[in-house]
Design a protein around this ligand. Structure first.
Ligand SMILES: Cc1ncc(C[n+]2csc(CCOP(=O)(O)OP(=O)(O)O)c2C)c(N)n1
Ligand SMILES: [Mg+2]
Length: 1008
């Protein structure tokens, strides 16, 4: 075994010493007192970080000398002040480094427990009984997974994650996790997804689950199964927080703790008694999402948050840091971010060895042994350990000469020492001013036997053999409870201590003290009754349109958001969330009015303080201005969108983001939010592939509607007009919080292109007719399609605005200038030589154009041109949601398939378009696949025009020409469809191509 030649300064995977400054960037990680850097404001709490355990665990060989040093130090602090003392310390550190005296940098401490044995608190539980409980749970977890895989060898499940972390969970369950009895909210626990077998097994021992339920682990389709991992969508009365996509649990947990503070500071819910516990693996820390919010947690002093990291040194394939030390690396990372870190590395039997480690050789050996070697040591005999760990150094060998090989082999790791863990959890819950991470060293697959424990394949082992189970029974001392006969029966048995037994009584008593069992998800109180509906006034102005003023749907929404925030009922429950794009979306006025949430308030004078609309942060601020983190913003969305359950406090998150950085960037988190049964609005602003014009390839979103189509609870809309948007938002709120509330998310795309917003079309007629028509049109908007403009009248003499021709040719209005007369169809026909008998019957030619979002302009231009130039009467329809139309179509299709004897039903879109005339051309600023979603459900020939291909920067007109979605291309597409039907001549299509300057040999934009 090779040990790197470093000493106690091991801080990261490389084994190199850390030579950082005393105060690393960001929040200082060492004890900070008044007057020290970063804490000059009066009234701030001190961040106490435990790092000094080491010095209490090794013997002091000259206490008098130590006392003299400490006295001199105290005297400096007393007489010359803290800054001087700090300076001297830094000088000493410098000198120490120069003299090659290893000293831990402030972000890392030696590889020993942070809490010295002498400081461990009294353990209030019954250790023997709790060990017994753990053994029962361990057994049932292993048997549950094994039985499932005996029934179906491919069903999967995990044995070793829970086996390594059982003690970590049990300390929490027996002593810390508060339940939800008497209407309280309890603690919020994020379990490692792969540890779920142990969580079910505990519920079995408690009596919350029975044999049948355990046997349905991973057999969910019948509806009575236990989900593989924590999925509130599948087990809504059980799991609260979906975790298994690595990294998302830890990220969500940070923002959950943060949102709890938001609710408290805004006095919407008393969250002060709840703690967020997040269990993760050491491998899971590789995920950027796990690390993403660590500094936020420290910056916002989330001492209501505890991470428990099961450091079994392994992930799925092998060691996490074979060549390094993951615990040291994580310690440095977390301390560097400002966390309180408590390492629980060694079990209590090491205390005695450390106390005799006068030369520091044991600590040095601990510091310099690589994780890959620790993993091997976990699988080896006592003799091997004596030889390879203690052996090379005679002083070390001597230290353990009184221990037998068997004793050496079973020297436990801290993560399996219940009392050490209890001490760490207690310290974590008492920590003030910083979040705590407990780094507990464990063995993967602990207790499962030599073929499974610490083996590289351990994560993938799904089944235990009879012999392995027999050995496990022995290890867990369950021979009296589980007979040979039962063990030898076809399926290994579960074991539950009887009601009235000591184990059962103890569990019941503990859960009573802690306020009920976890996990448990419940919706109650205000969470059930929902939110007050906003006043209709909030939406009224949008029915009038913009009265000729050119505005964008984003601007209209910003106004609607302001109306909602001002609403006396719903207003305070609205949570606007932005990842540093508030100004882009025109929300900066809200900063002043609603203020940005900042737990410390605004400690500085904002640069724009003199302006009417200045940047305003406040402890009770309503806006979550997250900074540049879409992932963080989405985690906030989830915390806010599930508060109706977690806090019985319905909240309405409205998350506005750059649409390209939504579904594409954090799609997994949207999926997670849907699993968590979150409710709220996702607003994809600056949407579209041609509408963003100058921003180019990475910014132009042409796909989010396709990506949104895959999330079952997302209702995705692409409104063209402010009134459509208002109708959708009003319904969305009702859908989430009205009388028939559903756990759903609304996704709306908003654009930054300005145009005059039309008014809500209200037909002529008496009041009753109008009311009915308005209701009907609203229904159609919500179902996904309505007729916007009826058949165009043919060929009235007239002129068309110059801008239109500009669009047609890719030129801008400025370059074409003025008004121009467009060629009439007759002229075009003549120039095309279509005369006399050559002409096919062109009378009565019709077409239907579908548009969404800003594509409505090109659609309307095409409608006019088709009428005036080509004798084609077309109508335009606004498609607000292809997703909704497709889902309805699929539903009907399925119903028909399964009910062959019944009268077949017709999809809504089929019915809606049944009297639309002629072929259909659908134009969108998204991929062709978006409109293609309904192609199967319409009877007419269907051509989608969309923006497939990489985006690029140019003017809107040029981009629309490039992507072939401008009016000229729509006209050509309609004529081509008519030609295919025999209603137009190919030469007409060719004439149109030429007339509108379309380059037939241009590269397909999908490939460009
Ligand atoms: C995003 C993502 N990538 C990959 C996986 C597959 N996966 C499941 S568990 C696991 C290893 C977990 O290791 P660790 O976090 O150390 O947990 P342990 O089981 O060791 O406690 C991996 C890679 C996943 N669930 N999610
Ligand atoms: Mg691991």
């Amino acid at each position: 075994m090779q040990a790197p030649s470093v000493n106690t300064t091991v801080a990261g995977g490389s084994g190199k010493s850390v030579t950082g400054s005393v105060c690393p960037p960001g929040r200082p990680a060492v004890v900070v007192g008044p007057g020290a850097a970063g804490s000059s404001r009066a009234g701030r709490e001190t961040v106490e970080v435990i790092i000094d355990g080491f010095s209490h665990q090794v013997p002091d060989i000259d206490p008098q000398e130590t006392a003299e040093w400490l006295d001199s130090f105290d005297a400096v602090v007393e007489t010359e002040g803290r800054p001087r003392a700090q300076f001297l310390l830094m000088k000493l550190l410098e000198r120490a480094r120069a003299s090659q005296v290893g000293f831990p940098a402030t972000v890392s401490s030696p590889y020993v427990n942070s809490i010295p044995a002498a400081d461990e608190p009294w353990f209030p539980g019954d250790e023997d009984l709790e060990r017994r409980i753990r053994r029962c749970i361990r057994w049932n977890a292993a048997v549950m997974v094994t039985r499932a895989n005996m029934r179906d060898s491919g069903i999967g499940g995990h044995l070793s994650t829970y086996a390594s972390a059982a003690s970590l969970y049990e300390v929490g369950f027996n002593h810390f996790f508060r339940g939800k009895a008497n209407g309280t909210a309890g603690d919020q626990v994020y379990f490692q997804g792969h540890a779920s077998p142990g969580i079910y097994a505990r519920a079995y021992v408690e009596g919350r689950l029975g044999d049948e339920e355990l046997d349905n682990f991973r057999f969910e389709v019948g509806g009575r199964g236990l989900s593989s991992y924590p999925h509130p969508r599948l087990m809504p009365e059980w799991w609260e927080f979906p975790t298994v996509s690595m990294g998302l649990g830890p990220l969500a947990a940070v923002y959950q703790a943060r949102f709890n503070r938001y609710l408290l500071n805004r006095q919407l819910a008393d969250t002060s008694q709840s703690r967020v516990w997040c269990f993760t693996g050491d491998g899971e820390f590789d995920e950027p999402e796990t690390r993403a919010a660590l500094s936020l947690a420290a910056r916002e002093r989330l001492d209501n948050l505890t991470f428990v990291v099961s450091c079994n040194l392994q992930r799925l394939d092998g060691p996490v840091r074979g060549n390094g030390k993951i615990i040291q690396e994580l310690e440095a990372l977390l301390r560097g971010c400002g966390w309180n870190v408590i390492k629980v590395i060694w079990g209590r039997r090491w205390d005695e060895l450390l106390a005799r480690d006068i030369d520091g050789v044991l600590v040095n050996k601990m510091n310099t042994t690589l994780d890959g070697d620790f993993q091997t040591l976990a699988t080896e005999s006592g003799a091997y350990i004596r030889e390879h760990f203690f052996g090379p150094d005679p002083r070390l060998r001597k230290l353990v000469e009184h221990l037998s090989d068997a004793e050496l082999q079973t020297l436990p790791r801290g993560g399996h020492d219940y009392r050490k863990l209890y001490a760490a959890y207690k310290a974590a819950t008492e920590q003030v001013g910083a979040p705590t991470a407990i780094l507990a060293k464990t063995i993967k697959g602990w207790t499962l036997g030599p073929e499974i424990e610490a083996r590289n394949a351990t994560h993938q082992i799904k089944k235990m053999t009879k012999d392995q189970l027999r050995a496990l029974r022995q290890r867990l001392s369950l021979q009296d409870e589980i007979s040979d006969e039962l063990l030898d029966s076809e399926e290994p048995p579960y074991y539950r201590p009887a009601e009235g037994s000591a184990v059962h009584e103890y569990l019941t008593a503990r859960s009573r003290v802690l306020g009920g069992h976890l996990p448990h998800r419940v919706v109650r109180g205000k969470g059930l009754t929902g939110l007050p509906a906003p006043s209709p006034d909030a939406f009224a102005e949008f029915t009038l349109g913009s009265r000729g003023q050119a505005v964008s749907t984003t601007m209209a929404f910003a106004r609607l958001l302001r109306n909602l925030l001002r609403d006396p009922g719903i207003g305070k429950y609205v949570v606007p969330i932005v990842p540093d794009e508030g100004r882009t979306f025109g929300l900066d006025a809200l900063f002043t009015e609603m203020k940005i949430y900042a737990p410390e308030g605004q400690l500085y004078t904002p640069v724009d303080a003199g302006l009417l609309l200045s940047y305003a942060e406040d402890r009770t601020g309503q806006i979550l201005e997250e900074g540049i983190t879409e992932a963080g913003a989405m985690a906030s969305f989830q915390a806010a969108g599930t508060a109706y359950a977690t806090w019985s406090t319905p909240m309405l998150p409205i998350y506005l983001f750059y649409s390209m950085f939504g579904f594409q960037r954090i799609g997994d988190m949207i999926w997670q939010a849907a699993d968590a049964r979150a409710r709220g609005f996702l607003m994809g602003c600056t949407a579209g592939r041609t509408t963003m014009s100058g921003e180019g390839l990475q910014h132009e979103d042409g796909q989010s509607h396709l990506l949104a189509s895959v999330v079952p609870t997302v209702h995705a809309y692409d409104p063209a007009f402010a009134f459509e948007m208002a109708v959708i938002v009003e319904r969305g709120i009702e859908h989430m919080y009205g009388p028939e509330a559903e756990d759903c998310i609304y996704y709306l795309t908003l654009y930054n292109e300005n145009y005059a917003m039309p008014a809500f079309p209200v037909p002529e007629g008496d009041h009753t007719i109008q009311v009915a028509a308005v209701a009907d049109l609203k229904r159609q908007i919500l179902r996904g399609i309505y007729r916007y403009a009826g058949p165009a009248e043919l060929a009235a003499e007239g002129e068309i605005e110059g801008e239109i021709e500009g669009e047609l040719t890719g030129e801008t209005a400025e370059t074409t200038g003025g008004r121009r007369r467009l060629h009439r169809r007759a002229e075009a026909g003549a120039s095309d030589g279509l005369s006399g008998e050559d002409q096919i019957a062109t009378s009565g030619r019709s077409a239907t154009i579908l548009f969404s979002g800003p594509a409505w302009q090109a659609a309307m231009q095409a409608r006019e041109i088709l009428a005036s130039d080509w004798g084609v009467s077309s109508e335009t329809w606004s498609v607000t949601s292809y997703k909704a139309l497709r889902e309805d179509g699929l539903e009907v299709e399925r119903w028909n398939r399964l009910h062959p004897a019944s009268e077949p039903r017709t999809p809504y879109v089929t019915r809606a378009l049944s009297d639309a005339k002629g072929p259909i051309v659908a134009v969108t600023d998204f991929l062709k696949a978006v409109p293609d979603q309904i192609a199967r459900f319409v009877e007419a020939p269907f051509t989608p025009l969309g923006t497939d291909g990489f985006g690029r920067s140019d003017t809107r007109a040029a981009l629309r020409r490039h992507f072939e979605v401008d009016a000229g291309h729509i006209v050509v597409a309609v004529l081509a469809e008519l030609a295919a039907l025999g209603e137009a001549k190919p030469s007409e299509v060719a004439a149109a191509i030429e007339k509108y300057g379309i380059d037939t040999e241009a590269i397909d934009p999908r490939l460009a």
